[in-house]
Design a protein around this ligand. Structure first.
Ligand SMILES: Nc1ncnc2c1ncn2[C@@H]1O[C@H](COP(=O)(O)OP(=O)(O)OP(=O)(O)O)[C@@H](O)[C@H]1O
Ligand SMILES: [Mg+2]
Length: 450
């Protein structure tokens, strides 16, 4: 067992909490064997005697009203960032291995037209040059560095004075003053703090790339996400070549904004109309499919919900979902049985959102329940119909947010019929060529579609 001393603290590698003595089980996150010894760097052990900073009265602070954002040169990325990158801000970009983090970072660096330093501790300069050639990067003001000691990196920043710094990745940079290995909680925390201090002081923008853990969150202390201004995730499905850039935290813009891209040999290419992409291989006039106008941030996207109901061959029927919450499906199946007499007890039910998209939009309920009923009854939902609405436990259809945007997207793509909650009918606009039906319950919706 590690010995505690007055100067040593113990850090949990799972949740990042610190303790003055060692515990076998972390009191905060209950994980076993995750505490490790951490010696703070010498310079931090005692106060350096510097006076505390002076306070300032809020009304005396002058700031530029319109701080000019740096455009990444990629419209989709700018939208996700809330209009571009703010000078002096720090952006964390996470994603699964090989999803395209380095690719998008290099494209941003090339597209912004500002002086930049790309620190790639993960790949050699040759590999970076090879990728840059493939992506057609021709920037003359892009410096690359294989340095991975954080204080040396900051020294290079002082010399080059770039507007943009990319750290690829935070798990590979380290501070020599700490005993722990690169990628450990203490190293990530310290390097994050050093970058934060430098970028706030000098006003350059930092993009920090972070690996994700098995459960999909950025590896390292949760604190890193608190420290930074913006957290972006690049998501995708190995089976498809499209990628989604999503903002989950943004101090200077809306969250849950998404940008959609295609992974090509020349890099990530913007998809300007994602609905067309997700509906591209749709088979019309087949039982078990329904079209849903969902919202991803402020953007409406039409997606196909597929359901398959078949007789279970084994004792316990399966409930499998792809892209939607399986507990939500269980609730909808219970509503279908209890309120509409559609017995699912001994059937396997599979629900799939086409295109590898994952949604948590409650407005998807009506499309899911209709697709399941369509497969179970072998009854086709007419081509050109969209369904949207949240379903409650009594089988009622409840109002949803942003109905106009959803319907506008459906009308733009030539859909003819929209089934929406009655509660949304009061203030819904009309759209050319789209017949809108307001329904109070799932039963009402089924009367129209079947
Ligand atoms: N010649 C190519 N044509 C098309 N796509 C390519 C080509 N070369 C690489 N890719 C795509 O780029 C992806 C790798 O991109 P990148 O290295 O930017 O990912 P990453 O997220 O930085 O990976 P890591 O976690 O290893 O750092 C590959 O998975 C592949 O999809
Ligand atoms: Mg990479």
């Amino acid at each position: 067992m590690a010995q505690s001393s007055s100067k040593t603290i113990f850090l949990c590698n799972s949740c990042g909490n610190e303790y003055s003595k060692w515990h076998g089980q972390c009191p905060a996150c209950s994980e076993w064997g995750t505490l490790s010894e951490f010696n703070p760097p010498k310079s931090r052990r005692k106060s350096n005697g510097a006076p505390a900073r002076e306070t300032t009265k809020l009304h005396t602070i002058t700031h530029k009203k319109d701080r000019k954002r740096i455009s990444s040169g990629i419209i989709e990325v700018d939208r996700v960032l809330g209009g571009g990158m703010l000078p002096g801000s720090i952006i964390l970009l996470g994603g699964q291995p090989g999803i395209g983090k380095s690719t998008i970072a290099l494209q941003i660096v090339a597209g912004c037209g500002e002086s930049a330093l790309y620190v790639s501790a993960e790949e050699s300069e040759d590999q970076l040059a090879l990728r840059a050639e493939r992506l057609g990067v021709k920037s003359k003001d892009l410096h690359v560095s294989g340095e991975n000691e954080i204080l040396n990196v900051l020294e290079q920043v002082s010399v080059i004075q770039p507007s943009l710094l990319v750290i690829d990745s935070i798990q590979t940079v380290y501070n020599e003053d700490l005993d722990s290995l690169p990628g450990s909680v203490s190293q990530i925390r310290d390097c994050g703090q050093q970058l934060l201090n430098a970028c706030k002081q000098k006003g350059f923008t930092v993009i920090v790339i972070g690996h994700v853990t098995k459960v999909g969150t950025i590896a390292g202390p949760k604190m890193l996400e608190h420290m930074v201004d913006t957290v972006l995730y690049l998501e995708g499905d190995e089976r498809y070549d499209h990628r989604i850039l999503r903002s989950v935290k943004n101090r200077f813009g809306a969250t849950n904004e998404v940008g959609v891209f295609h992974m090509m040999s020349a890099g990530l290419e913007e998809v300007t109309n994602p609905s067309e992409l997700f509906l591209a291989e749709r088979t019309a006039n087949t039982a078990g499919t329904a079209i849903l106008p969902t919202m991803e941030g402020s953007r409406p996207i039409l997606v196909e919900v597929q359901a398959l109901v078949s007789k279970a061959n084994f004792g316990t029927p399966q409930r499998n979902t792809n892209g939607v919450d399986s507990r939500r499906l269980s609730m909808l199946l219970a509503v279908l049985e209890k309120r509409l007499g559609n017995i699912m007890g001994m059937n396997d039910v599979f629900v799939n959102l086409v295109g590898g998209l994952k949604i948590q939009d409650p407005a998807a309920d009506l499309a899911i329940i209709s697709a399941v009923a369509s497969s179970s009854k072998d009854n086709v939902i007419a081509d050109g119909t969209v369904l949207v609405g949240e379903v409650g436990l009594t089988g009622e259809v409840r109002s949803v947010a942003r109905i106009d945007q959803r319907l506008q997207e459906a009308a733009a793509l030539g859909f003819k019929i929209a089934i929406i909650p009655k509660g949304n009918m009061k203030n819904v606009k009309s759209f050319k060529g789209l017949k809108i039906h307001g329904v109070k319950s799932v039963r009402d919706a089924f009367k129209i579609i079947f």
